[in-house]
Design a protein around this ligand. Structure first.
Ligand code: ADP
Ligand code: MG
Length: 396
């Protein structure tokens, strides 16, 4: 898995193409969260310090029609980047053409160019998302080196990652990408033991691949969240109105069988009659009675999970333990966060859009070794799949 990084190449005087993840939320032309722009700074600054010219590009949202373009320009991102870098950033409102080419030709060492949203190329025949060969070749022709720092799209083969790389241009990982591969890759493939996986969230169907891949690799797998009840059903337990995927009950049986005592299910639930924070809650050991739905793991489960986590050296967590968005059902997720915060010398990783949001929102973000930013990409890495964007980066 050792991939070349930006540190392995001489960048002086080089035109460095950088696929960043600037897919930030924009409302009325204003960026509402610039975390992703800040996260790209280490790679950008390194390139500039080394005397390279940084040509940056990214997708922003989905663009299918001309109308979609409004509000999807990278211009405000280029402006914010300029403030963060404390230097001039040239924005080119095109994804190809003479203005872009001459802006690049005019660059001096340490200069920064940002060009327009790569998905603007999707309007005319999905050239970006469909990895149009001619487009990848064109973008590659604009630079000397390609740095891929957009982990969030690594599970997709697009012109702006795989397309450029497959022209044979030297292709290396940026620091963000390097961090994701290192933490998730090592946690799954060569973990310090005991290694404990925690899987929750809404549905089993989203996480089947992850559970299957981790059964032989983890020492224990803790299950929580809505998927609990499909496993309960598989064990012949009562689940009331809890979330269940009837067509996954057989599969859950197989997973229980395959995992043996590695699989640890919750022993109790916090339930309510409605999916709401405004109705009374109940606590039930084992079965969930008729009329109730399980919306969080209960106190005995929190204690069991905390005890199981004691002494863990690697923890990989995807999917909240309950409906943490409602305070009545956040305790399970908080309890597991606390157990993880108490670990000594452990590598702890949380990934998934909602899981990362939960860690932030509940105030535990700084307790994890690594919060994986790429939702789909981190899931596929946990599933042991080959990510095309990663595969296209040169090996060391
Ligand atoms: P991630 O985005 O981290 O991969 P998921 O999208 O799989 O996580 O799941 C997150 C969602 O699961 C949250 O919105 C949460 O409210 C929901 N959830 C957790 N536990 C339950 C439950 N018992 N019943 C219904 N929904 C649940
Ligand atoms: Mg989610």
């Amino acid at each position: 898995m050792a991939k070349m990084t930006v540190k392995d190449l001489d960048l002086k005087d080089k035109k460095v193409l950088v696929r960043v993840d600037f897919n930030v939320p924009v409302k009325d032309g204003v960026i509402t969260d610039d975390t992703r722009i800040k996260a790209a700074l280490p790679t950008i600054n390194y390139i500039l310090e080394q005397g390279g010219k940084a040509i940056l590009f990214s997708h922003l949202g989905r663009v299918k029609t001309e109308e979609d373009k409004a509000g999807k320009s990278l211009k405000p991102v280029a402006e914010r980047l300029s403030e963060l870098l404390g230097k001039n950033v040239t924005f080119v409102p095109e994804t190809r053409g003479s203005e872009l080419e001459s802006a690049i030709a005019d660059m001096k060492d340490g200069d920064v160019v940002v060009f327009e949203n790569t998905r603007f190329e999707d309007i005319d025949g999905k050239k970006e998302s469909g990895n149009d060969a001619e487009l990848g070749k064109y973008w590659a022709s604009l630079g000397d080196i390609f740095v891929n720092d957009a982990f969030g799209t690594a599970h997709r083969a697009h012109a702006s990652n795989v397309g450029i790389a497959s022209t044979g241009i030297p292709t290396v990982a940026g620091f963000l990408m390097e961090k994701e591969i290192k933490f998730i890759g090592e946690a799954v493939e060569e973990p310090k033991r005991p290694m404990i996986a925690i899987l929750g969230g809404a549905k089993v169907s989203d996480k089947i691949g992850v559970i299957k891949n981790l059964i032989p690799k983890a020492d224990k797998i803790l299950i929580g969240g809505g998927m609990t009840y499909t496993f309960y059903k598989a064990k012949g337990m009562e689940i009331g109105n809890s979330l269940v995927e009837a067509d996954k009950v057989e599969l859950a049986k197989e997973l229980i069988e395959a995992a043996g005592d590695k699989l640890v299910l919750p022993v109790d639930s916090i339930t309510a009659a409605e999916f709401s924070n405004d109705v009374p809650t109940e606590e039930h050991t084992g079965d969930v009675p008729e009329g109730q739905m399980g919306l969080d793991i209960g106190p005995e489960s929190i204690a069991l999970f905390a005890q199981t986590l004691e002494g863990a050296k690697t923890v990989v967590w995807n999917g909240p333990m309950g409906v943490f968005e409602m305070s009545n059902f956040a305790r399970g997720t908080i309890g597991v966060c606390e157990a993880i915060a108490n670990l000594k010398d452990a590598t702890t990783i949380i990934g998934g859009g909602d899981s990362a949001a939960a860690a932030e929102q509940l105030g535990f973000a700084d307790k994890f070794t690594h919060i994986s930013t790429g939702g789909g990409a981190s899931l596929e890495l946990l599933e042991g799949k080959e990510l095309p964007g990663l595969a296209a980066i040169n090996d060391k």
